[in-house]
Design a protein around this ligand. Structure first.
Ligand code: NAD
Length: 265
């Protein structure tokens, strides 16, 4: 499987470059960065710190080599441009970029009609399995079990709660026949009164270099069940994205998520 990494000089891009080099089911066909990036022209392997890859970082998609899958962890506007390129070249696409508005998402889907695509806000296999387990637990335990979601991230993260924490809340609320908008309790300060049955509480911690931790708790009388995921290295997202890329090699056109990739749909 020949892969192109877009956003090659980013935190995820460099991790992907290293993971591609370590795996034997794929090899690097191209590395793309934004036009004013200081890393354009560098060898991708040297940029990622593992030695020469023999592939230079380019800033023009038309200079990329032949490939099977275009992997994009950049930013929404760039991903929308790349979608046109991928559709023209009939490249499968794996999209990890987050932060799309609803109109952008619709446009992305329109541009990628006819292309096999996997898009996920979190590519870690563990997080996706956690979502599955949370959905099952929320359905099996009645509302006498209070649901609380705790998430922790590094000090640079700008949004809260994380998209993954919200996804956990959504599957838990959905399993109990509710929308997160009605069940979610995002702020507690002062005299808030006793906990309301059926709500889903969120707690957020920000500090240092925490890659990402999530814990969904089901708290009953005399016991507590926790579904906890700890990401210690971005390689968990990169390897999940590469796993999705290799799954896409055998899929017809369509917009898929990690549930489909992992056979949990
Ligand atoms: P980052 O800022 O470190 O990297 C983004 C890279 O994209 C930068 O190097 C930037 O120069 C490059 N870029 C911007 N415009 C470009 C263009 N037009 N063409 C090519 N490259 C371009 O960010 P990051 O931490 O690597 O995250 C990137 C994205 O992936 C974010 O949206 C983040 O939320 C998301 N993310 C998703 C997952 C997941 O599992 N789905 C995990 C981590 C991060």
């Amino acid at each position: 499987m020949r892969v192109i990494i877009a956003g090659a000089a980013g935190r995820m891009g460099k991790t992907l470059l290293r993971c591609v080099a370590e795996r034997d089911d794929c090899f690097l066909a191209g590395a793309l960065e934004r036009p004013d990036s200081p890393y354009v022209g560098l060898d991708a392997g040297e940029l990622a710190g593992y030695g020469r890859a023999g592939v230079k970082v380019v800033d023009d998609a038309n200079r990329l080599g032949e490939a099977d899958v275009f992997i994009d962890f950049t930013q929404p506007k760039a991903t929308l441009d790349h979608a046109l390129f991928a559709a023209n070249r009939r490249l499968r696409m794996v999209i990890g970029t987050t932060g799309f508005g609803e109109r952008q998402l619709n446009e992305l889907r329109r541009r990628l009609e006819g292309v096999p695509v996997v898009m996920a806000a979190n590519f870690s296999l563990g997080v996706n399995l956690a979502l599955f387990l949370i959905e099952k637990a929320a359905a099996m335990l009645d509302e006498s079990y209070d649901i609380e979601i705790l998430e922790m991230h590094h000090r640079h993260k700008v949004d809260a709660p994380s998209g993954t924490a919200l996804a956990m809340g959504q599957v838990a609320a959905g399993a109990r026949g509710k929308a997160l908008e009605e069940a979610g309790e995002f702020v507690r300060h002062g005299i808030v009164g006793p906990r309301e049955r059926g709500t889903i509480g969120f707690s957020v911690i920000r500090g240092g270099d925490i890659v990402g931790e999530h814990s969904t708790m089901f708290i009953g009388q005399g016991e507590r069940l926790e579904v906890r995921h700890v990401a210690t290295d971005r390689a968990c997202f990169a390897n999940g994205a590469l796993h999705a890329a290799s799954w896409l090699m055998h899929q017809p056109a369509g917009f898929y998520d990690m549930r489909s990739v992992l056979g949990m749909a």
